[in-house]
Design a protein around this ligand. Structure first.
Ligand SMILES: [Fe+2]
Ligand SMILES: [Fe+2]
Length: 262
């Protein structure tokens, strides 16, 4: 779908507008090769940047990642991704990332991962995120070593998100890309009993401090598309939630996101 362009307008106003095509939970394998190729081609055509919010494969087999890599290799549009829990299921996440990177996809993980496109027009801080819960129902840093390790792992993701957002602080447009949810507002529709496994409110802290222009996540297939984290737009771009292959955002530097294209 082609919406109204803004290249003439931006040239007259000095504003920089960027179109972001985003999706999460693609769950690609060989059986979805044609569908993945069609969807990625459309995203790359509609968007100036393509963002993929994890669960790129069904079970994290490098062969499944290769299907997505083939779909992305020659599209000519920057593609930036984070992995999801499905991409780590068979403990071959490093190989999955290598296969995707070999096709030109920028795969962001911890350690303050950032990517800059369009001459620093867009900065992306990307982490997978992790679990922990929301409101008063959160996993404490207490008890068995295994549970404390889960708590610590979420903490590392939070620190990486903070570092990534610091790295892109000077970019005119700043996006946080996650797989797990940083707010429960986009989990509405999922059973509340599993919210703790769908994200962690600890990830909201760096978002509230740095206030990116847009926050994207996936993972919650039955959640809610859109929410506001104290004024920061948060979108759950999980494909089952969207009911379509991707969402298209138009961001203009200096302006808050007032609407999405589709
Ligand atoms: Fe998923
Ligand atoms: Fe997931």
């Amino acid at each position: 779908m082609q919406g109204p362009t803004s290249v003439l307008a931006s040239g007259m106003t000095g504003e920089r507008t960027v179109r972001i095509a985003a999706a999460g939970d693609l769950h690609v394998d060989e059986s979805r090769r044609d569908a993945a190729t069609t969807a990625i081609a459309a995203m790359a055509s509609d968007g100036d940047v393509v963002l993929l919010a994890g669960d790129l494969t069904t079970h994290g087999e490098p062969e499944q990642a290769a299907v997505l890599a083939d779909a992305c290799r020659d599209v000519g549009t920057p593609i930036i991704a984070v992995l999801g829990n499905h991409d780590l299921h068979v403990d071959r996440g490093g190989e999955v990332a290598d296969v995707l990177r070999d096709a030109g996809i920028v795969v962001l993980d911890r350690a303050g991962s950032t990517a800059v496109v369009r001459e620093c027009g867009v900065g992306v801080a990307g982490v997978k995120g992790f679990v922990g819960g929301f409101r008063s129902h959160t996993l404490p840093d207490f008890g068995e070593r295994s549970l404390r390790e889960v708590y610590a792992e979420t903490g590392e993701e939070v620190d990486a998100l903070d570092a990534g957002l610091r790295e892109i602080a000077t970019c005119p447009l700043r996006i946080a890309l996650l797989h797990y949810a940083p707010t429960c507002e986009t989990l509405v529709g999922e059973p509340t009993e599993i919210w703790s496994f769908l994200g962690s409110e600890r990830m909201a802290a760096p978002l509230l401090e740095h206030r990116p222009d847009l926050v994207l996540h996936g993972h919650a297939h039955s959640g809610t598309l859109q929410a506001s984290l104290q004024g920061i737009p948060v979108f759950n771009v999980s494909i089952p939630v969207m009911g379509q292959d991707y969402w298209l955002f138009e961001l203009t530097a200096g302006r808050s996101l007032s609407s999405t294209l589709h």
